[in-house]
Design a protein around this ligand. Sequence first.
Ligand SMILES: Nc1nc2c(ncn2[C@@H]2O[C@H](COP(=O)(O)OP(=O)(O)O)[C@@H](O)[C@H]2O)c(=O)[nH]1
Ligand SMILES: [Mg+2]
Length: 230
Amino acid sequence: MSDSIITPDPLVIRSLEFIGPMAEAGGWRPPSELPEIAFVGRSNVGKSSLLNRLVRRKAFARVSNTPGRTREINFFRVNNTFVLADLPGYGYARISKERKAAWKPLIEGYLRRSPMLRGVVQLLDVRHDPTSDDDAMLSFLADVGVPTLLVLTKIDKLRARERDERLQALTDHLGVDPEQLMPFSSVTGEGRDDLAEAVVSLCAARSWREHDDEDGAAAPEGAPPDGSHA
Ligand SMILES: Nc1nc2c(ncn2[C@@H]2O[C@H](COP(=O)(O)OP(=O)(O)O)[C@@H](O)[C@H]2O)c(=O)[nH]1
Ligand SMILES: [Mg+2]
């Protein structure tokens, strides 16, 4: 018998399946039965690495040194209970005009209209202030009204003192309380269980869209980021 205290894993992965991509606005999407959580961030922010940590797989999402590769929304079913939506990274300068033009309606359409979307995980690199694209994405998400978690990636790259400074700078920039920022490292695993717990509770919560329905108000149209700046 062991007397060690073991914290239960808030998200034990029993099954994980790729269910398909949404390639264009209004294109294929998963049959609307399970709650969805979307992951967004600038190219190279550490999204693939975070997803791998979250689901405890080494090569579930491809970690890439070539940013701006993924052009589709990829959907994965977890434990037959919820769906992860991996959105293409934005803000990468060296992608074609054509692809930038396709990005906006794809992302905008998905975030505004996915009937099963329950929350968004917005990734920000803890070392840098949010870019204009990050700010545009955050205000777009606020306009949609979707519950949004703010995750600060690559926290392992900072020493203790820098860490406090950056957390303060980001709280100021974003105008949020420190508790709303979730530090994360895909190298050390810091933040994995907190994120897993938050994702699980977003999936269990009632959709925010149902609150909108009570007013009978249509979602206002706003400008999403266009992914065109570095
Ligand atoms: N030190 C450190 N490096 C990371 C972390 N997350 C990602 N990286 C590195 O950042 C680069 C981009 O990561 P990736 O997951 O492909 O980012 P994505 O473009 O947002 O999917 C890769 O070289 C990763 O090894 C982290 O938490 N800590
Ligand atoms: Mg990636």
